[in-house]
Design a protein around this ligand. Structure first.
Ligand code: SAM
Ligand code: SF4
Ligand code: F3S
Length: 451
């Protein structure tokens, strides 16, 4: 699989539409790095595209429908123009491959998340033979081996870095083990090299990614070793990781919160339900008590640590009492930023054909959970008003009149900084807040105490 340049593709434009999780965002950026080698360049204007790639997500039912909807939009836009090359990548491509090609003839080929390193050859072959193809092998080893030879071109202040892929947990509701394949951890030094390259290109924050990021294990190196390794890079000011599983919150990872200067105090740890009965039905492999133990230990180490989570509402079998347990857990932990969705049956998973809870009840439960979660978020942000906090400055706002950054808890902060502050950690006094955003002004006297 060479990196031959195809003069034919010079100045061809590719538009990438990304759905799903941060790993898909990382993948889309890497796909761009790859196709540049055969002459494609990125366009933000999709009508200009010679190649239209949709990087898909399969996690809930609506996500799949969004893809077909998107193809419908493209078809309409290009009705009177030359049809672009249409590629479907990501988790729907992996799960539905042949079915997609049959349902939607407008698609030229599908390529799964573990095969996208083969995209250049697939494009060049398609141009020659015009034969519809699917690339859906699970080949994480050769994917990352190949990708490591191509520089990650992210020059953002905050960059994603995938360290782990796939999942061996098989929660009964989830498609990820089928779409991303078995757990795979990238070689330790390969990751450190990519982190160093990102730091040299201007990144100040690295967000380590994996479907089960804390299951990372390569030749005995764990996530805690990676955090320590990346922490040594002077340019890097902040380190985060997502998404983790409670069962993989090992002692070494918990301990690292005592010593790390750069690991941020927000732990995103999906719990899904506050009822042990439901966790068992879900095949989650952890109990509420085990989850609370992790919370208690981390809070003891550092009371500033806060938790965020994912919740599945109305999993089959969830009764009023189970639902109350989830509300109690939210009251106890006061998660500051969380995702909650009604259970969506996924094809091929053990929960696919279970009896669903009535829609009316599910919507009511979701509303209740979201109100509780939103209230925590509002209170957390309110508690920061009149305080001075550390903000990593990422950019100017769209209208260029203000600066945009993030707090240590990932909350967006808008304030009156300068372009020259981008990439710096500055102190901002918070004057106002709403549920999602903090507003403030930069503090020039940096002797102020930081909240
Ligand atoms: N590995 C992570 C964990 O163990 O929690 C989660 C990764 S998954 C990509 C992200 C979230 O999607 C899950 O935490 C879960 O809340 C949600 N999710 C997965 N399958 C779902 C389904 N069938 N219906 C609703 N939500 C789902
Ligand atoms: Fe899905 Fe996470 Fe469960 Fe794996 S651990 S099956 S990714 S929810
Ligand atoms: Fe979606 Fe696949 Fe991510 S199903 S959430 S894009 S791992």
């Amino acid at each position: 699989m060479g990196l031959r340049k195809s003069p034919k593709n010079m100045n061809q434009k590719i538009f990438i539409k990304t759905f799903g999780c941060q790993m898909n965002e990382y993948d889309s950026n890497r796909i761009l790095d790859l196709v540049k080698k055969i002459g494609y360049e990125k366009t933000e204007i999709y009508e200009n595209a010679d190649c239209y790639l949709i990087n898909t997500c399969h996690i809930r039912d609506k996500s799949k429908e969004k893809v077909y909807h998107e193809i419908g939009r493209v078809k309409k836009k290009f009705r009177l123009k030359k049809k672009p090359l249409v590629i479907i990548a990501g988790c729907v491509a992996q799960a539905e491959n042949q079915e997609m090609l049959e349902r939607e003839p407008y698609i030229d080929f599908v390529i799964g998340p573990q095969s996208y390193h083969k995209i250049n050859n697939a494009i060049l072959n398609y141009e020659k033979q015009k034969k519809k193809i699917q690339e859906i092998e699970f080949d994480a080893d050769s994917k990352f081996d190949y990708l490591s030879k191509i520089k990650n071109s992210s020059s953002k202040v905050s960059s994603f870095l995938t360290i782990q892929e796939g999942c061996d947990k098989f929660c009964h509701f989830c498609v990820v083990p089928y779409t991303r394949g078995p757990e795979y951890s990238r070689p330790f030094n390969q990751i450190l090299d990519e982190a160093k390259h990102l730091a040299d290109s201007g990144s100040k924050e690295i967000i380590l990614l994996g479907q089960n990021v804390n299951a990372y294990n390569n030749d005995g190196y764990r996530l805690s070793d990676l955090i320590l390794g990346i922490e040594k890079l002077n340019e890097i000011k902040r380190i985060r990781y997502t998404t983790s599983h409670p069962k993989d919150m090992t002692e070494d990872l918990i301990e690292i919160y005592k010593s790390s200067k750069k690991l941020m105090p927000l732990v995103h740890l999906p719990v899904q339900s506050g009822s042990n009965k439901i966790l068992k039905l879900m095949n989650r492999k952890h109990t509420v008590e085990e989850y609370l133990k992790i919370y208690d230990i981390l809070k003891k180490f550092n009371p500033k640590i806060e938790f965020s989570s994912d919740f599945i509402i109305s999993y089959p079998g969830e009764d009023d009492q189970d639902f109350k347990f989830t509300c109690h857990l939210i009251d106890k932990i006061r998660f500051i930023n969380s995702y909650s969705f009604i259970f969506s049956p996924r094809p091929g998973t053990p929960a696919e054909n279970l009896n669903l809870i009535e829609k009316k009840i599910s919507i009511k439960r979701l509303e209740k959970i979201q109100n509780l979660l939103f209230e925590n978020q509002i209170q957390m942000n309110k508690s920061l008003e009149k305080n001075v906090i550390n903000v990593l400055v990422e950019n100017l706002t769209d209208d260029k009149t203000k600066t945009f950054g993030r707090s240590e808890y990932m909350t967006p902060v808008i304030f009156n900084g300068n372009k020259s502050d981008i990439g710096k950690v500055v102190q901002v006094r918070i004057n106002k807040s709403n549920r999602t955003t903090l507003f403030g002004e930069i503090v020039s006297n940096s002797n102020q105490k930081v909240a």
